[in-house]
Design a protein around this ligand. Structure first.
Ligand code: ADP
Length: 370
């Protein structure tokens, strides 16, 4: 059996038929409307005969009846259209559309057999694929690999430098050897921390689309995280105060949430030790949402840095972060874990007064009926 629309399309594609009527045009418009990617049919003068909503969304104007050059000004597209019409061969080109937002596309442009369609001769079909997100992800990946390599290369270079010194000028210097070995340990530990953090990040990213299913008692989890940091808090002269009231059950993965609380506490200890204490507060509101905040009373963070703090390797001061053993990945790990938990992180800070990191957990999913 031949489906009616197949027959119509066959008519449209047949070179023998000089004219196809309104039915074919309607059908073509319906096919165009059903396509998720921008799709256009132009006549040999470059006038748009058929287009779909995704195509009109890009240019933010009605396209039908318009010359394509009014909508897409890229010379790459206009040259490609000319080439297709002259050579009757399909081409694929990349182009940038700059208004209203800069977006990158791949255009596939192919010639059509020459028949009349609603009084006009369809000459070319154009399908666009939005590459913007793909290219952004690719750039992020390249930047990430470059940053990670750079971060690892720095301690590695200093390790190699110490080895050279120990093999050469400091070969028989017992005291220098002791000192260099201790410095080498610091650098090696930094590399190990970086690799641990990178592995954590990639493990979390693998599962980012799966919300954990277990229920976790946030109160006992926070106590455990704070206990694990009592020694470093004591060494920094900071006291961690906990204010955890009521039943604090959240849907989550216990190990990952411990990592979140630990990273926030570690930062508060590292960067805000002169504040003398850290307040950890958890509460449930009337709608069942649980809020957990970690507040310090240290130097605070300049406002222009706040929106970027959770980016990988972003630090207010690289030097300061390194001198305190930071990798620049702690808050990126926090953000990724919270994304997986469908929880939100808000950062508020005031210079000279301190910083508050607040996590909002949505209520657990209702159990599904059996
Ligand atoms: P790092 O390993 O450098 O601590 P993070 O991702 O944990 O990396 O934090 C990113 C940056 O945010 C830090 O380098 C620091 O500049 C800033 N920061 C984080 N927490 C605090 C805080 N409690 N007080 C001041 N600055 C902070």
């Amino acid at each position: 059996m031949i489906w009616p629309f197949n027959r119509e399309l066959a008519t449209l594609a047949s070179a023998d038929t000089e004219s196809v009527g309104n039915d074919a045009l309607t059908l073509l418009a319906a096919v165009a409307n059903a396509l998720p990617d921008p799709f256009l049919v132009l006549d040999s003068d470059g006038i748009v005969i058929v287009c779909n909503p995704p195509a009109e969304e890009i240019v933010e104007m009605q396209l039908k009846g318009q010359h394509i050059a009014h909508a897409i000004r890229s010379p790459v597209i206009l040259d490609a259209l000319k080439e297709v019409m002259t050579n009757s061969e399909a081409v694929k080109v990349d182009f940038t559309h700059r208004f209203p937002l800069e977006r990158h596309f791949e255009a596939f442009i192919a010639p059509l057999a020459k028949q009349q369609l609603d009084g006009r001769k369809p000459a070319v079909v154009m399908v666009l694929r939005d590459l913007t997100r793909e290219q952004q992800l690719e750039r992020m990946r390249v930047d990430f690999v470059a940053n990670a390599s750079h971060e690892l290369r720095t301690p590695l270079a200093s390790l190699l430098g110490f080895i050279d010194t120990l093999e050469g000028p400091a070969k028989s210097d017992e005291r220098a050897r002791e000192r260099f070995l201790s410095l080498m340990r610091t650098q090696a530990e930094r590399m190990a921390r970086l690799i641990d953090d990178l592995l954590s990040l990639s493990r979390i990213e693998l599962n980012v689309h799966r919300r954990p299913v277990g229920l976790v008692d946030l109160g006992s989890l926070v106590k455990q995280a704070a206990e694990m940091l009592t020694t470093s808090a004591r060494q920094a002269g900071v006291h961690i105060r906990l204010d955890l009231s009521g039943e604090l059950l959240v849907q989550g993965d216990r190990d990952e949430l411990i990592q979140v609380v630990q990273n926030l506490l570690e930062n508060a200890i590292k960067y805000a030790a002169d504040g003398k204490h850290i307040d950890v507060l958890a509460r449930k509101d009337g709608a069942g949402r649980i809020e957990l905040s970690v507040a310090d009373y240290g130097p605070g963070i300049p406002p222009e840095h706040l929106p970027r703090l959770t980016e990988r390797f972003y630090r207010v001061s690289v030097q300061e972060s390194r001198s305190r053993g930071g990798t620049g990945l702690g808050l990126a790990i926090v953000k990724h874990i919270l994304n997986r938990h469908r929880a939100k992180l808000a950062i508020a800070s005031e210079l000279g007064k301190g910083s508050r990191f607040t996590i909002g957990f949505s209520p657990p999913d209702r159990p599904k009926p059996l």
